[in-house]
Design a protein around this ligand. Structure first.
Ligand code: NAD
Length: 479
């Protein structure tokens, strides 16, 4: 078994100061695939001290040099893409082809977008013609704690590390204990790229242990967190004691509004999007709202599409979906499917239990419920599994009302060939992102939510700004 017990602190791999072993479980087989260490307060403190010591030097490093290091990191990352794909695939269950393209690809995509955004970013800019001697300086916030989930691990790590590094922050990354291997490989890449010691540090641990120390530490200036709303709440409270800045990227319960004039691929696209990454995406379109005139046809189509989705182990090549990440998630998803049945939704595909042919591994049947109403548990809670809820509606107003009737506000989707309606509805949806007619958002677009989906924005220029303070200076001398 792979032994990965050390942490990356102050430019070196070091042993934990009293941490305990933790087995990383391969969700395809339920067998341990690696052993890591869950760190201690002393480990977290050492990482914070390293980041604090490195901050003045890194903050004053010319931005061109910081960008050059990210460019070097991109080269290293690209040269180790296969190794990264294998790590992600084994620890969180993404099928290997999907891991190679989408999971690993997301990392390089974000890093490249940061380089572009940073090159165009004015770190010192004039206030305006009315105040010629005023300058607005964008300066690094300081030491940042970065806490990431397991579902899109490299996507999250690069969104945080890339932005923090460009901004001039030093950092401590605590990846999810479910998916530490990709993050440890990433730390090796940071080392090979040549980042100065202490700029980037990695400590493994769980939420109650290292997570709590790193989000409450007085020498940490900000926290950037992606994960559940539950943990987001705890982190906010913990960080409040020292009044840190906290950026949160939390869960979602996206609506996908399919109007009766939607293009013919809209339903299929929506179902497949829901099933991608085995439904473990915060921006999953998990509530499909379908206009009454095409509802029966859409239900039939969704059933056929879900039944065509195959399930298989992460190590197998192909376009199947893999297992969900762990037993806890598997049980939670089973309970929610059962709740859907008990509360009277119509099960049209999938259901409880493992798919046929599996008696081991955290595999879930691609599941679709029809005739869901928005008050049912499956329409309100984030399931984080391959489970779609279909809800009929009559009018545009009703669709917007149902879509917005949730505590979340991350991504919503609209399918209609009426451009005026698409634009109008996009403005009425209370979410950080809206995607119209299957078009993905462009490179460098901000990713983030409203309401209980969080408050941060990641990616591109907005992602960098999350790690910057705004300083206002008057009386700036002409040079
Ligand atoms: P989680 O909240 O259980 O864990 C996420 C991370 O937080 C892990 O590293 C964990 O160790 C740490 N953590 C947990 N409790 C903590 C605490 N009290 N203090 C400090 N750290 C703590 O979430 P998860 O199960 O890993 O991920 C799934 C969740 O993440 C879903 O709700 C999903 O919607 C959300 N997510 C959101 C986005 C987004 O950008 N909005 C992206 C991906 C995932």
């Amino acid at each position: 078994m792979l032994e990965k017990r050390e942490f990356y602190i102050n430019g070196e791999w070091v042993a934990s100061q009293g941490g305990k072993d933790h087995h990383v479980i391969d969700p395809s087989t339920e067998e341990p695939c690696a052993v890591i260490t869950l760190g201690t307060e002393a480990d977290a403190n050492a990482a914070v001290a390293a980041a604090k010591a490195a901050f003045p030097g890194w903050m004053s490093t010319p931005v061109e040099e910081r960008i050059a290091l990210i460019e070097k990191l991109i080269q290293v990352y690209e040269s180790k893409g296969e190794e990264m794909a294998q790590a992600i695939s084994v620890e969180m269950g993404a099928p290997i082809d999907m891991a190679r393209t989408q999971q690993v690809g997301a990392g390089v995509y974000h890093l490249k977008n940061f380089v572009k955004a940073a090159k165009d970013f004015q770190f010192i800019k004039p206030l305006g013609d009315h105040a010629p001697n005023d300058r607005i300086i964008h300066e690094a916030v300081g030491v940042a704690t970065l806490i990431t989930p397991w579902n899109w691990p490299m996507n999250q790590v690069t969104l945080k590390v890339g932005a923090a590094a460009v901004a001039g922050c030093t950092m401590i990354l605590k990846p999810s204990e479910e998916s530490p291997l990709d993050a440890m490989l990433f730390a090796e890449m940071m080392d090979e790229a040549g980042f100065p010691k202490g700029v980037f540090n990695l400590v493994n641990g769980d939420g109650v242990g290292v997570g709590t120390v790193l989000t409450g530490h007085p020498d940490v200036d900000m926290v950037s967190f992606t994960g559940s709303s539950r943990a987001g709440r705890l982190i906010s409270k913990n960080a409040a004691e020292t009044l840190k800045r906290v950026h949160l990227e939390l869960g979602g319960k996206g609506a996908n509004i399919v109007f009766d004039d939607a293009d013919e691929k809209a339903v299929k696209r929506g179902v497949l999007h829901m099933m991608n990454n085995t439904g473990q995406s915060c921006n999953a379109p998990s509530r499909m709202l379908v206009q009454r005139g095409i509802y029966d046809k859409a239900v039939e189509e969704a059933q056929a599409v879900a039944e065509s989705v195959t399930v298989g182990p992460a190590s197998a090549e192909g376009r199947h979906i893999g297992p969900v990440v762990n037993e806890l998630q598997w049980n939670k998803i089973q309970d929610l499917i059962q709740k859907g049945i008990d509360e009277g939704a119509r099960l049209i595909a999938g259901g409880t239990g493992r798919p046929e042919g599996f008696n081991k591994g955290f595999y879930v049947r691609p599941t679709v419920f029809a005739d869901v109403n928005n008050d049912m548990t499956i329409a309100r809670e984030e399931i984080f599994g391959p489970v779609l809820s279909m809800i009929p509606f009559d009018t545009e107003e009703e669709a917007v009302q149902i879509a917005n009737d949730t505590v979340y506000g991350l991504t919503n989707y609209v399918q209609t060939q009426d451009g005026g309606r698409a634009n109008r509805v996009s403005q009425q949806l209370r979410s950080g992102m809206v995607e119209l007619n299957g078009q993905s958002r462009g490179a460098g677009a901000p990713f983030g939510g409203m309401k209980q989906s969080g408050n941060g924005r990641e990616g591109g220029v907005w992602g960098i700004e999350d790690f910057l303070e705004v300083k206002s200076v008057s009386g700036w001398a002409a040079e």
